[in-house]
Design a binder for this molecule. Sequence first.
Ligand SMILES: Nc1ncnc2c1ncn2[C@@H]1O[C@H](COP(=O)(O)OP(=O)(O)O)[C@@H](O)[C@H]1O
Ligand SMILES: [Mg+2]
Length: 364
Amino acid sequence: MTRTKPAAVEVRGLAKHYGSVVALKDVDLTIAAGEYFVLLGPSGGGKTTLLRTIGGFHRATHGEVLLHGREVGHLPPDKRPTSMVFQSYALFPHMTVMQNVGYGLKIAGLDKASRRDKSAAALDMVGLQGFADRKPHELSGGQQQRVQLARAMVLDRDILLLDEPLAALDAQLRKDMCLELKHLQEKVGITFIHVTHNQEEAMTVADRIALIADGDLIEVGPAREVYRAPDKRFTASFVGENNLLTGKVTAVSGSEVTVDVAGEAIKVDRRGLDVTTGQEVSMSVRSELVRMSLGDTDDARPGHALMGTYNEAVYLGLTTSHLISVAPGCEVTSRVVDDLDDLPAHGAPVRVYWAPGDLRLHTS
Ligand SMILES: Nc1ncnc2c1ncn2[C@@H]1O[C@H](COP(=O)(O)OP(=O)(O)O)[C@@H](O)[C@H]1O
Ligand SMILES: [Mg+2]
């Protein structure tokens, strides 16, 4: 029998209260060794609390954290296989890059020659071989982060914790650094747990994403799946640009559910969910999957289309978003790459439609 490697991180029934504030409710989560894992969600949802509890900076109120199969509730941060990447201030400004990387080994009592060898190897791994003698202020923000990564690796900390590591950067630099982090993680192969509230950042770096809001773990899945096939309504509202439709179920027949949306009978796949006639449900369809037509079109199939009135176009450079009112208080966005030569007039009747299968049902 082959023994499977324990998960890098296993969180069981984890709750964290700060006095009367419940920051985490009852979180179960498993992260495999070598995964690039992202905790994504709105501010105040509990992401930092979860990360810091994994790292040993907070004690759980209930539940446990296992790292490589070992329960670590009693261990302080420096006795765990985790390392927190902070923003640049975490490097010693008066030490060289090499000294910064070797510092932990010095504390651990290693001799100078071994320190040099190990530090040089770690700098090599993160692509900073020529930078050993520089001081932190002579490095870019991204290079300083790589020094921190080398510092973690040299101590055999193989679970890296990154809390909004790119939040301070402007948009272009953030994009570049995102890819750099992703490539670095692929190269070194250790586990990254990266907290962000930015869905594009999450999509760029993550193997898997956990959606966290209000102290709950809402949904976990591969990045593409969370984007293409969200299970929960919250995920649909937070990831991608989804149109949300709500209505009452009027019929359930096998795998097909009929929902009354503004007087139209809309068809949607049941996805194995429990639904009953009369129930209020939500449905989502990504804006890039919504088409718009001014007249009749064979592409718009009954049950997969809504009539509405044209509101306006929003030019976003590469794409244009057409906003269409389909019901009081309900606007649908159709996002397209091509510009229309003639925009519909404000208030003109238009039809929005989508391919069967592109609308997803959510019951929670
Ligand atoms: N030290 C603290 N004392 C009291 N409340 C806290 C503390 N840290 C965080 N919180 C609260 O816990 C909740 C989760 O916060 P946090 O984990 O920082 O969320 P996120 O990182 O997703 O923005 C928030 O309501 C926040 O105000
Ligand atoms: Mg936070």
